[in-house]
Design a protein around this ligand. Structure first.
Ligand code: GDP
Ligand code: MG
Length: 726
């Protein structure tokens, strides 16, 4: 027998943690809401109940606060629960926040699907000294209740077994008894009328749920059911009657009654330890999210993270990997081996200048990336990142965005693709689009090698370059927010941001290892696939020439390679930005395949350009050969590649989330133009103030600056109330 069990619950209540232990899979667990935005399925690993032939499929749904679809993830969850009807719902309830979590429970029990409540975070509940009477709660709510700690793994098999048992009981002929609570007389009266009037228009086993939704005038449900005009008038009269009696609007009546019901159910079987003393988390939060301390602490922590991972320890590992492991050991050894075995010169060049220089320059960053991801995973796991979203909400709100937009950006520090997907938590379409458009500005893991490369090649390895990259990314988001919010397309107030701040907890090695490994390993994998392939192609294009007939460019030959010719054409575009060489043009172009590619292209092109210098000094070589030693040009190059269109994987994520070719094109064009404008200003003003700028250049930069300031401060489009609704 195949049994499908859905894990449902509020965001951040521990669904994914439970899903991972029960199925043995490694889905991403994050200590903030909005991590799981799509449903994931897996098979239950081991259970005591049922026969071995039972196939138990678990579905990890995105966290939702209610069954009213305000956000895309709520739509995903609701569609699954209502449309595909699992055999049982395992409702995960955060025991430290039980009232709020039970709100969803009251809706789940209306679906006509057996519900088992698993009160999670029992370790914290016990530590706080709160008391929950399980039997009492079960009786009050009318469904089985179990207690678990997904993190510690206690009670989880019992929870799964209870859900399986409930599914089996419901499958029996007389097992259809589904408990639900009753609303007040007037509402129940209206609901009975609605059920009767729409009997033939809605699925039979979900009548109650549909009736309540119709009562609430849920637009999506009404659109789905397409009730006849006469029925609608009839129903509307019933709803109006109930509204008059309760003196409130229909949706609010239902909400209030749900909360009253929860309060009633909890009275007598739940006691929260007095809140006299602040909990440890609250004490920490007083400082960490304090009015004056929040932002400095955030800046300090980010600075520390980047100093450790890019500057000091991370920097040493890159140096060691590049200069010693690749520069002094692998490349010379391989070259010697190939020479001694009598390989052709072109083959030796392909292997050492193409593959090893290209792949090696990316692999050299692997330890550094692992350190960065390790530190970010710790911040995330202990619960700090959730605070950051909260802190940034206050900042972002001033710029017309909400903290909800910051969560995708936090995720994007690892990789832009999940970051862009995390925008699904945002209710308003326009804010969601804007977040999708701007999330790519944040330096992702794949862009960090480039940042590190520029820092070592031209800035003596300063960690400030990485920190500045991060803040330029955030500033780009804010400036874009301000500019875009003034246009007709995006005008309107940001959506409200409600978030439960999870309690701080000591980092769990397993979560941190998983977070680090998942992000870090994808980096290694790309080095072995996309980067390897691209390195070979670049080597080929740079070793062949059409000049004086199609031929391989041997040592001493001065004909221009295919790559040089193509790069030279594109490079013209970048002259105003200070990096108009064919190599940088090729690097920027190939960066669209994968951003790591930028380092690898420049690494191998620099080493092909000047084989006289030993490879061990590859960064210095990039600085001199490619940027002519100009720090401003290098910085401008870095910023351009940071802000321009993201890699192809992220572009297709944008396409998926925008679900429109025109919006995707608009987003990419916006990013490229913005990047171009910023880099141009950096280079032209930078050269001017360091004494060797050009007058037309500075005038152009000043014009762009003036235009940007105008776009920032002009009086924007104000939607009137009527048009704001749509
Ligand atoms: P989801 O959003 O519901 O999928 O929640 P996650 O599974 O991503 O977990 C959110 C956070 O709660 C993570 O930091 C988990 O480590 C933490 N967590 C989950 N279960 C427990 C638990 O039983 N006890 C404690 N203390 N923390 C938990
Ligand atoms: Mg999750």
């Amino acid at each position: 027998m195949e049994i499908r069990i859905a894990l449902a619950g509020n965001p951040n209540c521990g669904k994914t943690t439970l899903f991972n232990v029960l199925t043995g899979s490694t889905q991403f667990v994050g200590n903030w809401p909005g991590v799981t935005v799509e449903k994931k399925e897996g098979y239950l690993k081991n259970t005591n109940s049922g026969n071995a032939s039972d196939k138990i499929i678990l579905t990890d749904l995105p966290g939702i606060y209610s069954m009213s679809p305000y956000t895309l993830e709520e739509v995903v969850a609701r569609k699954y629960l209502v449309g595909e009807r699992p055999d049982a719902i395992l409702d995960i309830v955060d025991g430290t926040n039980i009232e709020r979590n039970l709100y969803l429970t009251t809706q789940l029990t209306e679906l006509g699907i057996p519900v088992v409540i698993a009160v999670n975070m029992m370790d914290l509940v016990e530590k706080n000294g709160d008391k929950i009477d399980i039997q009492g709660l079960s009786k009050a709510l009318g469904c089985p209740v179990v207690t678990i700690s997904a993190l510690k793994g206690t009670g989880i098999n019992e929870a799964a077994d209870a859900a399986i048992a409930a599914a089996k009981r419901a499958a029996e002929p007389d097992g259809k008894m589904i408990p639900h609570h009753a609303f007040s007389g007037a509402v129940e009266h209206a609901l009975a009328h609605i059920e009767e009037a729409c009997l033939h228009n809605m699925p039979q086993e979900q009548q109650r749920w549909y009736a309540i939704k119709i009562f609430e005038r849920d637009e999506k449900v009404l659109a789905e059911l397409k009730l006849p005009e006469a029925t609608m008038t009839h129903i509307e009269a019933d709803i109006k009657a109930a509204e008059r009696e309760c003196d409130d609007d229909a949706e609010a009546i239902i909400t209030n009654e749900r909360y009253n019901y929860i309060a009633h159910a909890l009275s007598g079987c739940y006691t929260k330890k007095s809140l006299g003393a602040l909990s440890a988390s609250a004490k920490i939060d007083r400082i960490v999210t304090g009015k004056y301390t929040a932002l400095p602490i955030f800046a300090l922590i980010m600075f520390a993270v980047y100093t450790i991972s890019i500057g000091t320890i991370g920097g040493w590992t890159v140096e060691f990997m590049n200069e010693t492991v690749f520069g002094a050991w692998i490349i010379p050894a391989v070259t010697r081996f190939l020479t001694e075995s009598g390989c052709a010169a072109w083959l030796i060049s392909l292997v050492s200048d193409g593959v090893l220089a290209g792949v090696g320059s990316v692999l050299g960053f692997v330890p550094q990336m692992f350190i960065l991801f390790f530190l970010l995973s710790i911040l995330e796991d202990i619960g700090y990142m959730a605070r950051v979203a909260f802190i940034m909400d206050k900042v972002f709100r001033k710029f017309g965005l909400s903290g909800k937009s910051f969560i995708p950006m936090l995720i994007a520090t690892g990789c832009g693709v999940p970051g862009i997907m995390a925008s699904r938590t945002i209710e308003q379409e326009r804010d969601r689009r804007m977040t999708v458009m701007t999330t790519g500005f944040i330096p992702c893991g794949a862009k960090m090698p480039m940042v590190g490369m520029i820092a070592s090649a031209l800035f003596g390895g300063s960690a400030l370059i990485a920190v500045s990259a991060y803040f330029v990314g955030v500033a780009a988001v804010i400036v874009s927010g301000l500019i875009l919010k003034k246009t007709r397309l995006f005008a309107g107030d940001p959506s409200p941001f409600v978030m439960e701040l999870p309690a701080y907890h000591a980092p769990t090695p397993k979560n941190i290892m998983r977070g680090t490994w998942e992000r870090g390993f994808s980096f290694v994998k790309r080095a072995g696939t996309v980067i390897l392939l691209a390195s070979v192609i670049i080597w080929i294009l740079n070793s062949l020439s059409f000049e004086n007939g199609f031929h391989y460019i041997a040592e001493g030959d001065t004909s221009r390679s295919i790559l040089m010719v193509v790069g030279g054409v594109i490079a013209v575009l970048f002259i105003p930005l200070g990096f108009g060489s064919w190599q940088t043009a090729v690097a920027a172009l190939l960066g669209l395949l994968a951003k790591e590619q930028i380092v690898s292209v420049l690494g191998s092109l620099a080493s092909m350009a000047n084989s006289a210098v030993s490879d061990s000094d590859s960064f210095a070589l990039i600085g001199t050969e490619i940027f002519g030693g100009s720090a401003i040009a290098g910085y401008s190059f870095m910023i351009f590649n940071l802000l321009c269109a993201p890699c192809i994987a992220a572009m297709s994520a944008i396409r998926r989330e925008m679900n429109s070719g025109r919006w995707t094109a608009f987003a990419l064009a916006y990013m490229c133009i913005f990047a171009y404008a910023v880099s141009l200003m950096i280079y032209q003003f930078g050269s001017f103030f360091s004494g060797n700028g050009s007058v037309p250049g500075v005038i152009a930069a000043a014009c762009i600056l003036a235009l940007m300031i105008y776009l920032l401060v002009r009086k924007g489009y104000k939607p009137n109330k009527a048009s704001a609704k749509v």
